[in-house]
Ligand binder design. Sequence first.
Ligand SMILES: Cc1ncc(COP(=O)(O)O)c(CN[C@@H](CCC(=O)O)C(=O)O)c1O
Length: 431
Amino acid sequence: PKTKLLVESLKGMKENKNDQWTKVMRSVNMENLRTGYLFPEISRREYEHSEKYPDAKIIKLGIGDTSEPIPDCIASAMAKQAMALSTVEGYSGYGDEQGEKALRKRIAEKFYKNMDVKWEEVFVSDGAQCDISRVQMLFGSHVTVAVQNPSFPAYIDSSVIFGRAGNLQEQNGKYERIVYMECTPQNDFFPDLSNTPRTDIIFFCSPNNPTGTAASASQLRRLVDFATANGSIIVYDSSYAAYISDGSPTSIFQIPGAKQVAIEISSFSKFAGFTGVRLGWTVVPKELSYSNGFPIVKDYDRIVCTCFNGASNIVQAGGLACLSTEGFQAVSKVLNHYKENAKILIEAFRGLGMEVYGGENAPYLWVHFPGSSSWEVFAEILEKTHILTIPGRGFGPGGESYIRVSSFGHRQTILEASKRLTSSLRKFNFN
Ligand SMILES: Cc1ncc(COP(=O)(O)O)c(CN[C@@H](CCC(=O)O)C(=O)O)c1O
């Protein structure tokens, strides 16, 4: 297969007779990424549609990008920090690559109370997306990976880039070395671990993108027991934990024993509107070790120091403000706005007799169109209502016949989307 990829890349070079080429061969892992990353493709479709219908008011319920302004007390804290940099006494240069101690301590207190997570195990970053790849740097290309199916694409695509996915199997759209753990309404979106092969790494996202469901304490207990029995490492993505409304665990570290088997990645993006500001964190417990007993946190610290020079001091000031009493009350109000949006959209789809999952513990609805191609449903909804969603197939084979609908948006926009969907979906003929 590698030869096949090499031949293809050489063929690619021959088609381009005029360009000046280097003599450096393209990575076979990059060659193996056979499709573009999902979200830029959605943006491209949006652009195409806006070209076709220049007067249409496109409603964006696709990419999970927040829409409401950052509360003033938080933006002011960032502005204040920015202005301080213009003074001799306020100026500061490189900070600790692991993050400012005050913010690390505040994150540990706010999100990991009574979970025995120490501030020294919290690494502040420029976002969860980047940390997914930094965590991947911890492991060799021989390492085996399991993901939920459907799954946020970054876990699969970064595994391909790091050479631990094998080749894409065209017939089923799966990478041959990745274990896909089926998550469906039939199994309450939690994989059947008794039929799941052992892998070194298990990526697990809860609340889940794209299904919008949150794993229960008993399910996560089973996941931790499974990883403990197999000597595996769970990479747990809790980027949507702030949306949990039904008492499900907000962290894997609420489960006893998780500190011996899990790393947790999280983000300010979705609860504080920091998608463009860029702030996240990763918890690597001191108890977590490789098979030779070496503490993984030491390698993660080395990676952070070598590959990342720390999150912006201005942004970290914003992060601290988010976690103040005033700041967290303010962002909680915005969270409730998005939760209300989700209820409006659920009502619209359920009013049409559709199967809708998620939306209670996450800002995503997972809407089922049995027997339909998700890309066709996506295209038909965009064409008929000028509403952008995301085809479930973009999250893996398990997403076929679903679309993901995000609840980020101004209230008027969501009400307009609800009206359009209600009036138009009845006429759709999905089969
Ligand atoms: C599960 C999960 N983890 C991490 C991230 C990224 O977090 P940052 O802290 O902002 O880096 C997202 C964003 N998913 C969004 C945006 C997709 C994108 O543009 O990459 C989504 O699924 O629509 C996510 O859904």
